[in-house]
Design a binder for this molecule. Structure first.
Ligand code: ADP
Ligand code: NI
Length: 218
């Protein structure tokens, strides 16, 4: 099968996996991440086929999408094998999506250029106007409040606390999103992250102005 054909089939497969997600991991998240990853790859290198395949598959192994990471990885592995993707490409794609997730404060170090690109693209979709929208969508889906001044920002989260602890949409900016710009891998990714970071700072300033609080009091 030609690479272009594999990509078309991969899109059909991935779209199906994401069709019932309302936690910010819907199909359009995958499309945006894939597009940003390709834009970074044009400027920074990496194998375009691996970048695109890994970007498309990157959230299938998310427990929110497939129930568990193991089940998701098995699904991806099986699909890649059945569609005659080369063994070496399969192992790189699997390696990328396994390492990628943020998991609280425990940042995975990506081993390959393709991995660094896809990770940057995923982080960029958590920033800026889209990042703000996704954060409130996720919070609504998980019964979290918009903001509660009595819930303090949590630091150094374990994976369990990150996923299941009590938080708010606004606290999530401080617990994760505002840290991302300093964790970017690529130059182009960093530049985009800085713009999106600034936009979130403006949003938070305005939010607290309207709330009647000084940001420092949270
Ligand atoms: P990753 O895809 O890196 O594992 P997550 O699944 O943790 O990232 O989060 C994806 C998006 O969901 C984030 O960008 C954020 O907008 C939102 N999100 C995740 N956890 C929370 C949370 N505790 N509160 C609010 N939004 C969250
Ligand atoms: Ni993602």
């Amino acid at each position: 099968m030609k690479k272009a054909e594999i990509i078309i089939k991969a899109k059909e497969f991935v779209k199906k996996q994401h069709q019932n997600d309302y936690s910010g991991h819907d199909w359009w998240h995958i499309i945006r991440v894939t597009n940003i990853a390709k834009a970074i790859s044009i400027r920074e290198g990496g194998n375009e086929f691996i970048v695109e395949l890994a970007a498309l598959m990157h959230d299938v192994a998310d427990e929110k999408v497939s129930g568990s990471e193991e089940a998701g990885l098995r699904k991806v592995n099986k699909w890649l094998k059945e569609n005659d993707v080369e063994e070496q490409i399969i192992s790189e794609v699997i390696e990328i999506i396994t390492t990628m997730s943020f998991k609280g404060g425990n940042l995975g170090n990506m081993k390959t250029m393709e991995g660094r690109i896809v990770q940057d693209a995923d982080r960029l979709d958590a920033l800026g106007a889209i990042g703000i929208a996704r954060t409130f969508a996720y919070s609504g889906a998980k019964d979290q409040p918009i903001y509660d001044p009595d819930l303090t920002v949590r630091d150094h989260l374990t994976y369990e606390e990150y996923r299941r602890g009590k938080s708010t949409a606004i606290n999530h900016f401080y617990e994760k999103l505002l840290k991302l710009k300093d964790a970017m891998n690529t130059e182009y990714g960093k530049k985009l992250a800085e713009e999106r970071h600034e936009y979130m700072i403006q949003f938070l300033d305005q939010f607290f102005l309207e709330w009647g609080h000084d940001e420092k009091s949270i």
